[in-house]
Design a protein around this ligand. Structure first.
Ligand SMILES: Cc1cc2nc3c(=O)[nH]c(=O)nc-3n(C[C@H](O)[C@H](O)[C@H](O)COP(=O)(O)OP(=O)(O)OC[C@H]3O[C@@H](n4cnc5c(N)ncnc54)[C@H](O)[C@@H]3O)c2cc1C
Length: 272
């Protein structure tokens, strides 16, 4: 775990036996636990290649590129936020276009906001922005005609005086100079211009399985397929955490899967 933990800026209430103020505190606690264990070597770098059949990984780090032999490899690369490529918003990032609200609160305070997305993330953020960031209006634009978010979030948003829900609408473009000033949404064939000071993209997450494409089975969404012991279809490759958990990923699920994989690998390496 690591990538997504750094994105958690709120209390983590659902990890059994350990309530942390945020992800940074949980990282600190887990690192302290790791430091108590022996036999662990830490290498900082990017894994560029994995061979789950022969058993090795290639790592690019401060010392250049090195290849580590491994009798077993555990993939725990998590997920990344999906970005919007159509329209391409890269040039607007940091100029009113954000992928996280709690991590960039100042970009939203007092602004009219458009949120693209129809899931829990979009609705949770719409409620948070309307209630705590002094936003005069928050419009949630979702491509689908029905919202995918939890029913209680949708009900609360529908009843909220500052929130507008635009189902069946598609973001076609943005306008502005230094910062974003308006968005264009196509709704049932008609283009509408909406003045906004910030745009939040909440279109979900994608598993980071690109390093094992062609090595093991992936499901149609790109999640690594594992058996009941977290083993993939590649003989020396296990996977744990969000990269192999399409339904309800969470910290406690990741940790449980990690423990299971470790026990199985122990049996694999030293069969009785
Ligand atoms: C905003 C938010 C709030 C959340 N709140 C909660 C909560 O309250 N309770 C809860 O239980 N869960 C929560 N979650 C979910 C939880 O954070 C994840 O389920 C968990 O962190 C996933 O752990 P992971 O190890 O699978 O992946 P990650 O935590 O994403 O870690 C993956 C790591 O792999 C690294 N990596 C990826 N590719 C490579 C590569 N090629 N080379 C080297 N390193 C690589 C990444 O840099 C990262 O450090 C939340 C998630 C988010 C985004």
């Amino acid at each position: 775990m690591g990538g997504q933990l750094w994105m958690i800026h709120k209390e983590i209430p659902d990890y059994p036996g350990l309530v942390c103020a945020d992800g940074a505190e949980m990282v600190e606690r887990m690192e302290a636990h790791l430091a108590m264990l022996s036999g662990i070597e830490r290498i900082v770098g990017e894994v560029t290649e994995i061979d789950g059949e022969e058993g090795w990984v290639k790592i690019r780090g401060g010392q250049g590129e090195e290849v580590l032999g491994a009798e077993a490899v555990v993939l725990a690369t998590g997920m990344v936020r999906r970005r919007l490529w159509e329209p391409d918003l890269r040039a607007w990032e940091g100029r009113g276009v954000e992928y996280t609200a709690s991590g960039a609160r100042e970009a939203f305070v007092g602004q009219r906001v458009c949120i693209v997305g129809g899931g829990d993330g979009a609705f949770e953020n719409a409620l948070w922005l309307a209630d705590t960031c002094d936003c005069p209006e928050v419009t949630v634009s979702s491509r689908g005609e029905a919202f995918r978010a939890r029913r209680d979030f949708v009900e609360q948003a529908k009843a909220h005086p500052k929130i507008r829900l635009w189902a069946g609408s598609v973001l076609e473009g943005v306008e502005g100079s230094d910062r974003i000033e308006a968005v264009f949404l196509r709704i049932h064939g008609e283009i509408q211009r909406l003045e906004v000071g910030a745009l939040l993209i909440k279109i979900g997450f994608a598993p980071q399985s690109q390093r094992v494409v062609g090595q093991c089975r992936l499901d149609p969404q790109g999640y690594v397929v594992v058996d009941a012991t977290q083993r993939t279809s590649s003989p020396r490759l296990w996977a744990v955490g969000d990269v192999c958990t399409p339904i309800d990923p969470s910290l406690s699920v990741c940790v449980g899967q990690g423990c299971l994989a470790a026990r199985e690998i122990q049996r694999f390496l030293r069969p009785v």
